[in-house]
Design a binder for this molecule. Structure first.
Ligand code: PLP
Length: 380
């Protein structure tokens, strides 16, 4: 179904099409071609990660992270329930039990004050998810991880080019996973990257990404034969996708700047409704630099959200919500979770609504969204 004002829309930032043609002319459209190296270099310079590996998705990067952490049956990983399925499934598929912790009511991020109490002798990793491109409280999360000898895997799918106390998200934990899915800020349709920040994991990360082979070492001349040496899968990204992505990464700051304008226009128009208790706007702590991944509002209750979604749809505007808390999903319940265990997650996930947000969203269109929403909430 198409909407007059969609929720998301692909866009061309610059030389995407030219670069795709160039990839073909250069003679390499598989993995690790010219544009793959370029994307990885751009990201590596920005994150100061030891190594950045391009992947087909953030999901793939998280699966690689779980393999790199040597996750086994019975291990535990601490993460929010209020997140995308891949955060949990990437580790659960190797037998780990997801230990869900509640979120903070202000940022909707993992509540760092609850993390230490969730640590057991089976805990192997903590996965902060930087929701909406706003950082989790990494200082406390890193302290708990250091105290208990745990890995930190940042699910930075939404957080490319966002910062915590000046540091780029995805570059802070042992490993960080990015998404370049079409709904994210910088995109190639489907794509991702793994930031390897702990140098000790770099060589194995290359092997895991290349089907469990030593192909990279062989290509460099440091292995005599090209053969099967470890676990792995095909976690590489086509150079066609990297060509497209290069063109977006080149304009990262311009894209972020445009998104900031959209974000601030929503914020300015909708913040006054907080005083009327009609909604709540997002919070960004002073020490966090957002990448303006999304604009959401928190409505008073689930019924208001459903009615507002319908009202916006009648005006050709698509707004969306997420997530069904993972602890209340069929898979989450299979681990024994039930209602009432994570009250903040359960309350907020029913009330969050994401408004149309894309690079080419024209001010006049955005004002229509704002006016339709405000008129509905004030008119009830
Ligand atoms: C989008 C997203 C993912 C998955 O990204 P893919 O690239 O589609 O695999 C994972 N975690 C979070 C928090 C996301 O928003």
């Amino acid at each position: 179904m198409s909407h007059r004002i969609p929720f998301n829309k692909p866009f061309i930032a610059g030389k995407e099409v030219e670069y795709i043609a160039q990839a073909v002319t250069r003679g390499n459209i598989g993995a690790d071609g010219h544009f793959s190296v370029r994307c990885a270099d751009l990201l590596q310079r920005q994150t100061e990660a030891h190594k950045v590996l391009m992947t087909p998705s953030c999901t793939a990067a998280l699966e690689m992270a779980a393999l790199l952490c040597d996750i086994r049956e019975g291990d535990e990983v601490i993460l929010p329930s209020y997140t995308f399925v891949s955060s949990a499934e990437s580790f659960a598929r190797l037998g780990a039990r997801p230990v869900f912790v509640d979120i903070r009511p202000d940022t909707l991020n993992l509540d760092e004050s609850l993390v230490e109490a969730a640590v057991s002798d089976r805990t192997r990793a903590i996965m902060p998810v930087h929701y909406a491109g706003v950082a989790c409280e990494m200082d406390e999360i890193l302290r708990v991880a250091r105290t208990h000898g745990l890995r930190v895997i940042e699910d930075a799918a939404q957080a490319v080019n966002a910062r915590y106390r000046g540091r780029i998200l995805g570059g802070i934990g042992d490993l960080g996973a990015y998404s370049f899915h079409e709904t994210k800020n910088y995109s190639c349709g489907e794509g991702g990257a793994l930031c390897v920040n702990d140098p000790a994991l770099a060589e194995r990360a290359e092997v895991i990404r290349d089907k469990g082979t030593n192909r990279q070492a062989f290509n460099r001349g440091t292995a005599a034969r090209y053969t099967w040496v470890d676990r792995g899968s095909s976690y590489t990204l086509s150079d066609l996708a990297c060509a497209f992505l290069s063109a977006q990464l080149e304009h990262m700051d311009a894209i972020t700047h445009r998104r900031k304008e959209i974000y601030l226009r929503y914020l300015e128009a909708l913040e006054p409704l907080e005083a009327e208790e009609l909604l709540r706007v997002p919070r960004v702590p002073a020490h966090c630099e957002s990448n303006y991944h999304m604009f959401y509002v928190l409505l008073p209750d689930a019924a208001t959200r459903s009615a507002l979604i319908r009202h916006l749809l009648e005006h050709g505007i698509l707004s969306v919500f997420h997530y069904v808390p993972l602890h209340l999903s069929p898979m989450g319940r299979s681990y024994g979770y039930r209602e009432g265990q994570l009250p903040v997650t359960e309350s907020l996930s029913e009330r969050v609504l994401r408004l149309p947000f894309y690079f080419e969203l024209e001010p006049a269109r955005q004002d229509e969204v704002i006016e339709t929403l405000v008129a509905y909430l004030r008119g009830r």
